[in-house]
Write a protein that binds this ligand. Structure first.
Ligand code: NAI
Ligand code: UGA
Length: 431
């Protein structure tokens, strides 16, 4: 099939490259010229394992990039995969998506054949009817059902395993409101992937598809917040929360994944999606208590880490190491990273922060230009009076003698990555 993808960030690039790999002819469209040039030169604009290889295998052949939205007219369907960030009050900012929908509407204005617009971005159900459809209709000069249809096909990939998650998904969700042409096109598009990995395919309405995405992310965030809440209780009891989690995870109804307690969840989506769901529920007149608690527990975990540090050292005027700045290992992404509130809390206490991350120093230096950055964990730890471990990078598991070079070997581990041993004052956040 001929497919276009509007927006080639994390999701759009992965989608474009993987669809090309499945045998489709893909036109990737982005407003960012550097991104487009990079794709046409055979390189991925973002780092994801396996992505560069796919882009370089298909660039110039089944994968072409452009800044010109007019290209969508030559394709059977167009994915919208642009950002849907949060406003300051947590509500969804759909303006980028609306603008992209207008771009596509304008491109298909003279089209007489049916064109399917597939919303891949994470978007609240009301936004589809109140903003996306009107934007396409106004720009295209036609109504939905005449020359175009709109479907919702949310994405569940994780950063760091995007290609793997896309090519071997837990499920595919197709929201079409019974538009047969839309469903046929999407079934045909995903046919090679379905034949290969046989994932469950959920065929549903558009509002349901959009809501499934928010419910999925909120449930996962809530699972982590609940294990963090239980973990805090475990710590008070003098019980190891990881032993408890391992045992409860054996219950199939609970499941073993996403039970790692610690300093909390971050990333580009859990924070904004839980906030957007809460804001939308509240404006619909419902007070979502579990969603509130999910967010609040997550906001409290960094402070609990700092209080544990306080219980061993007065950090004012002292050098404190922060190990791990990315929101999770394997990425340089610091969006929603728990390292930010940890650093802020240390600065508020008058500490001198020395931070280290294998990949995310450059990104964090833009947010916190005035703290010190070390070239290695060993350098950050040398002469420090305390260390906060915020990201579970595998290399931190090998740290050992490096702690002996600390002025005061107090280690507060927010991710259960450091081995407790004689000679260091070790505090696990929930164990
Ligand atoms: N990052 C992730 O792991 C996941 C993200 N999502 C959702 O997917 C959507 C996209 O997220 P990301 O890929 O992370 O965003 P991103 O910010 O990495 O990429 C968006 C891209 O869209 C481009 N763009 C903006 N306006 C445009 C327009 N009018 N025409 C063409 N290109 C345009 C930007 O230049 C940028 O390259 C969001 O709704 C997000 O919530 C869903 C699942 C996973
Ligand atoms: O909508 C999205 O963008 C994506 O958000 C998450 O993916 P991602 O943010 O890339 O990363 P995760 O692996 O889910 O981790 C999120 C955060 O939770 C934390 N986490 C995860 C698991 C766990 O057991 N404990 C825990 O604290 C991680 O450290 C990280 O800060 C979801 O897992 C994806 O399904 C979804 O598509």
């Amino acid at each position: 099939m001929n497919v276009s993808v509007v927006g080639t960030g994390y999701v759009g690039t992965t989608l474009s490259a993987c669809l090309a790999e499945l045998g489709h002819q893909v036109t990737a469209i982005d407003v960012d010229e550097t991104t487009v040039e990079r794709l046409n030169d055979g390189g991925a604009p973002i780092h994801e394992p396996g992505l560069d290889e796919l882009v370089s295998a298909h660039a110039g052949n089944r994968l072409r990039a452009s800044t010109d939205h007019a290209a969508v007219v030559d394709t059977d369907l167009t994915f919208l995969a642009v950002g849907t960030p949060a406003n300051a009050d947590g509500s969804i900012d759909a303006s980028i998506l609306r603008a992209a929908a207008e771009d596509v509407g304008a491109a298909i204005a003279d089209e007489t054949d049916y064109h399917l617009v597939v919303v891949k971005s994470t978007v609240l159900p009301d936004v589809i009817e109140s903003q996306i459809l009107p934007a396409i209709e106004a720009a295209a000069g036609t109504s939905e059902g005449e020359t175009f249809g709109v479907a919702v096909n949310p994405e569940f990939l994780r950063e760091g395993t995007a290609v793997e998650d896309f090519t071997d998904p837990d499920k595919i969700v197709l929201g079409t409101d019974g538009d047969g042409r839309a469903l046929d096109l999407l079934r045909e598009l995903y046919r090679p992937l379905i034949e290969e990995t046989d994932p469950p395919v959920v065929e549903t309405g558009r509002r349901e598809a959009a809501t499934i995405k928010y419910a999925n992310n909120t449930f996962l965030a809530a699972k982590i917040s609940l294990i963090n809440d239980l973990g805090n209780v475990c710590k008070e009891f003098g019980v190891d929360a990881y032993e408890v989690a391992d045992a409860i995870g054996l219950d199939d109804r609970i499941g073993e994944r996403f039970l790692r307690s610690g300093v909390g969840w971050g990333g580009s989506c859990f924070p904004k999606d839980t906030a957007a769901l809460r804001a939308a529920a509240e404006s619909a007149g419902y007070d979502p208590l579990m969603v509130d608690a999910t967010i609040e527990i997550n906001e409290r975990q960094p402070e609990r880490l700092l209080e544990l540090l306080d219980s061993h050292v007065d950090v004012e005027g002292k050098e404190i190491a922060v190990l791990g700045l990315a929101f999770k290992p394997g990425t340089d992404d610091i969006r929603g990273s728990r390292a930010k509130p940890v650093i802020e809390g240390l600065l508020d206490r008058g500490a001198e922060v020395v931070a280290y991350d294998p990949r995310a120093v450059g990104e964090m230096a833009e947010a916190f230009p005035d703290i010190e950055y070390a070239d290695s964990a060993a350098d950050a730890l040398a002469d420090a009076h305390g260390a906060a471990i915020v990201t579970d990078w595998a290399e931190f598991a090998d740290l050992n003698a490096e702690f002996d070079a600390m002025a005061d070997p107090v280690v507060v581990d927010g991710r259960r990555i450091i081995t407790r041993r004689e000679g260091i004052t070790y505090e696990g956040l929930t164990w």
